[in-house]
Design a protein around this ligand. Sequence first.
Ligand code: 5GP
Ligand code: MN
Length: 335
Amino acid sequence: MSSAITLTGPAPSEAVLTPFRSPGGHALMLGHVHPDADVLGTLLALGEALEARGWRVTYGGPHPAPAALAFLPGIERYQQLHALDGRFDVAVLTDCPNPERTEGLIDQARRAAATVVNIDHHPDNRRYGDVNWIDVSAAATGELVYELLVALGAPLTPPIATNLFTALHTDTGSFRYSNVTPRTFRTAAALVQAGADPAFVSEWLYERRAPDALRWLGAALGRVEVSDDGRVAWLILPSGSVPEKVIESEELVNYPRSVATVRVACLFREYLGQVKVSLRGKGDVDVQRIAAQFGGGGHPNAAGCTLAKPLAEATRVVLAAVRAALAAAPGARTR
Ligand code: 5GP
Ligand code: MN
C-alpha cells in the first residue's frame, strides 16, 4: 500500500475491514516480545476467524508463548520465529506499539506482506502499519478485535471468546484497573455469552501455582522496599534470585503497588545481562513518560523499559526519575 491510513475512532472503519474481507489468503499473526494474553489472545482469535473463512494463518513472534498461557485455545500454533518464510497477503500486529518490539520481524513482514495492519491501544503507538487502528480508550486490544470480528460478521466460537476474554481479563487486572469502562464489561458479557468461562480462565491464571511457588513468592516479597515518604515502592530481583517461571506468572509489581501510600511501584529484574523495569502508577504521574526517558513505553499507569546497565545503576537512575516525576506532580501527595 502506498499511503498509510490511521484511525483513532471507536469502531473499525472500512479501511481496517477491507484486508480481511477477501475469501482467502495467507495471513501472518505477528506477536511482540514477551507475549502476554492481550497479544496472544487477539492474534489467535482473529486468526481462527480468518481460518474459518478459508485463510491459511501463520502465528508467531520473537519469543515463545509463556507456559502460564498454555490454556489459550490454539496456542500450540504460536511459534517462536527467527525469520519469516514465504509471502503473506496480510501481516497483523496487535498490542504492539513500536516496531522494535518485534526484534526485526516487522521489517521482514513489511517486505513479505502486501498489507501490514496495526491494531493497538497504546498511546505511544508509532503507526508503523499500512493500516493503523489505534484506540487508546480500549482497555485491551481484545476489545478492538472483538469489535473487528463483529463488524466482519465472524461467528464468535467458544475458543475465540476464551482468547478475547482472557485478553480483557489480564490487561485490566481482572477488571479492576482504571482502564475499565462500560464497554469493557459489555464486551466481556458478550464473550461469556459466546462461551468464555470466567471461572476456567481465573483458575488457569491464578490457581495453577506449582507447590513451591508460594515459598518463592515469599522470597520475592521479602525484597520489597518502600521509600521513607511511602510514595515509592520497588522490588529488585538479581538474576537467579527467583525462578523465571515464578516471575512470569506472578505480576510481582502489583505487590508494591498495593501499599496504600504508594503512588509509583517499580520492579527491577536482571534478565540476560540487562535490566527489565516494570512501572505502575495510580493516576498521579504518567509512568509511560518515565519509561520513555529510558527508551521504553506503555500506558499512563503501566509501563516498562529495558536498560543495558548494571542492576544497581539501573535502579538508581529509574528511581531518581520516579522521584523527579512525583516532585513535579502536585497532586501526588501521600494519601
Ligand atoms: P510490563 O511491566 O507488564 O512488562 O509492561 C507494562 C506495559 O509497559 C505494557 O503495556 C508494555 O507494552 C509496556 N512495556 C514494558 N516493557 C517495555 C519496553 O521495554 N519497551 C516499551 N516500549 N514498552 C514496554
Ligand atoms: Mn494490551
